[in-house]
Ligand binder design. Structure first.
Ligand code: ATP
Ligand code: MG
Ligand code: FE
Length: 336
């Protein structure tokens, strides 16, 4: 079964064709990063307008690359939340128009379930159940994937998401948007032990996260240095901040896996590109005898292939949408 999928929840306009949830035939991604960079973050209205102008061409590219016609696809998958409402509606309108005009099934996909499904593309043999650390621009969740349709949130951030913290600290350090890749790179040239930023574990028995205290601590450090007219070694700040985030993510994930007796762990979302997170999670999983899975970086950040994979599992489990499918900015995981 070949699904044409569309992702426009934020600032990537992406179209993919995925076969049986596991095989990428094409995954075209047009990132608007360069457009939003000068504003220091994503401007929702500009994102929507660029989705509108780019999306039809990206669909054409995807069809051309696979030598397929729209008639050859079996269903249309589309992200319907969470995300920026205007941006979501562009993808949804296009998906509905194609589904209606060709009389093909329309399948709504939860963006975060899509991030998790990126692992199915990377590892064709991977099956639930497993625990997933979802770390992206807007989410830091520990999700138990019981089966292809049952997602249980075991922990979440009570304030900022990990990616949000990376983006904010990057801005004050002058690295710009998006912050994650810039901090990852700067941290390689810095000393992670230079500054002892706090590791916030909250209640040890719970699996929630909090990154706003760490963010304030980094901001206070920078401001006090500035006030005293002392030099700031940005690479050291980046490295010390990054390890404080990563240590918490790794320890909580491992504690959660052990707490629920789960020996399979996946990572998903843009922050799972982080090189220190990959390295420290790999080491920790090895030490605890757990299997660890994470997708290639291109499948960690927003892309339509992950949406196509999840759409397939929704479809074969009967979760097909109709033309009343709406964009829901705060769509809860496990709902549609
Ligand atoms: P959400 O998926 O929660 O709706 P989003 O779609 O904006 O949010 P993603 O595309 O999954 O988020 O990921 C983008 C985030 O990943 C940004 O915050 C970015 O800074 C972060 N990121 C990307 N690469 C890295 C990296 N190497 N290290 C840390 N963070 C990274
Ligand atoms: Mg993005
Ligand atoms: Fe995302």
């Amino acid at each position: 079964m070949k699904i044409l999928s569309i992702e426009t929840s934020c600032d990537e306009t992406s179209v993919a064709i995925v076969e049986d949830g596991r095989k990428i035939l094409t995954n075209r991604i047009y990132s608007q990063i360069d457009i939003h960079k000068k504003y220091g973050g994503v401007v929702p209205e500009i994102a929507s307008r660029n989705h509108i102008t780019k999306l039809p061409y990206i669909i054409e590219d995807a069809l051309e690359e696979t030598k397929m016609r729209l008639e050859d696809v079996d269903a249309i998958g589309v992200t319907n939340g969470p995300g920026l409402i205007g941006a979501l509606l562009v993808g949804l309108s296009e998906a509905k128009a194609i589904a209606y005009s060709l009389d093909k099934p329309l399948i709504g996909v939860h963006h975060i379930e899509g991030h998790i499904a990126a692992n199915f593309l990377q590892y064709p043999e991977l099956e639930p159940p497993f625990l997933t650390l979802v770390v992206s621009g807007g989410h830091s969740h520990l999700v138990l994937v019981e089966d292809y349709q049952t997602f249980k949130v075991l922990g979440r951030t009570i304030d900022d998401a990990a990616g949000e913290a990376f983006d904010k600290i990057s801005r004050v350090l002058g690295f710009g948007y998006p912050g994650g890749p810039a901090i990852d790179c700067a941290a390689k040239k810095g000393n992670p032990e230079a500054i002892a930023f706090p590791r916030v574990f909250l209640d040890k028995k719970e699996y929630n996260f909090s990154f706003s205290g760490l963010k304030s601590s980094v901001l206070n450090y920078i401001n006090s240095k500035k006030m005293k007219n002392e030099p700031i070694v940005v690479n050291d700040v980046a490295a010390s901040f990054q390890i404080a985030v990563v240590e918490v993510l790794v320890k909580k994930t491992i504690a959660c896996a052990k707490g629920i007796h789960m020996n399979k762990i996946c990572m998903a979302g843009g922050v799972s590109c982080n090189s220190l997170l990959r390295q420290m999670m790999t080491d920790a999983a090895k030490e605890e005898g757990l299997s660890l899975y994470y997708p290639d970086p291109i499948l960690c950040t927003d892309n339509a292939a992950m949406i196509g994979s999840m759409a397939y599992y929704n479809f074969i489990n009967g979760a097909v949408s109709d033309l009343s499918l709406n964009g829901i900015p705060g769509l809860k995981i496990g709902t549609r």
